[in-house]
Design a protein. Sequence first.
Length: 286
Amino acid sequence: MKSIAEVMRQPQGHWVGDGFPVRSIFSYNGDTAAISPFLLFDYAGPYVFQPNGGAPRGVGQHPHRGFETVTIVYDGEVSHRDSTGGGGTIGPGDVQWMTAAGGVIHEEFHSPAYSKAGGPFRMVQLWVNLPARDKMAPAKYQAITSAEIPVVAFPGGKARIIAGDFRGSRGPASTFSPINLWDVRLDAGASVTLDLPEGHNAMIAVLAGAVTVEDKPGGEADIVRLSVEGAGARVAASSDAMLLVLTGEPLGEPVFGYGPFVMTSEAEIRQAINDFNSGRFGVVAA
Ligand code: MN
């Protein structure tokens, strides 16, 4: 089995634009080897937005380079547009897997319909690092609808497989390095052994409810990080629980991050800033 490395938590929240009340539970400012290939975990909500008759809330045009942003919606709706011409609205159960790679400019807003109606809001945005050789690949966008995500039921719960494999079911997301991303639900009193691979960093994010991972308790917005050594972990729920499970093979490459750019050297960061300032990231069509 894997052993517990630490429990990560960030009680202090902040707003991203005016649409995303997030807790950044981990980011690339910490020990990046321990979280690789992941870079950042923003838990937005749970929150209730009041109906808004004006412009949708969110965050306006901004760049990314060197990694992927993965947005998983639980409640609410987000609309996105980017400089590759990609765009669309995702709602509960849907996932947007955006490969910024060589560079993208995008905007992220509540959908007009959700904005107008208001209501519960909960989502996760995960940043996934790219191997050095893929950092300057062309940008792309995978819109993964809820219907495309296989569901694996087990006694006392179920798992939606967004990426990687779970008990023989394969998730639809294509990834640049070996990654598992599972949306796991457990009923109160249920337990499950998760097949977390040997050689992967593994993290279990508790989005709602209370669980123990091995012997370690975790509550809402805690991320239990497990050792790269060993395989599998036992999770038991003491109340209905919503978990996001992430595992990945560490990239073992340097991480130089500066805001929305994550590269492998300071020189590449300077290049990213120059390229962005000279308009080489393209434009978001009006
Ligand atoms: Mn963004």
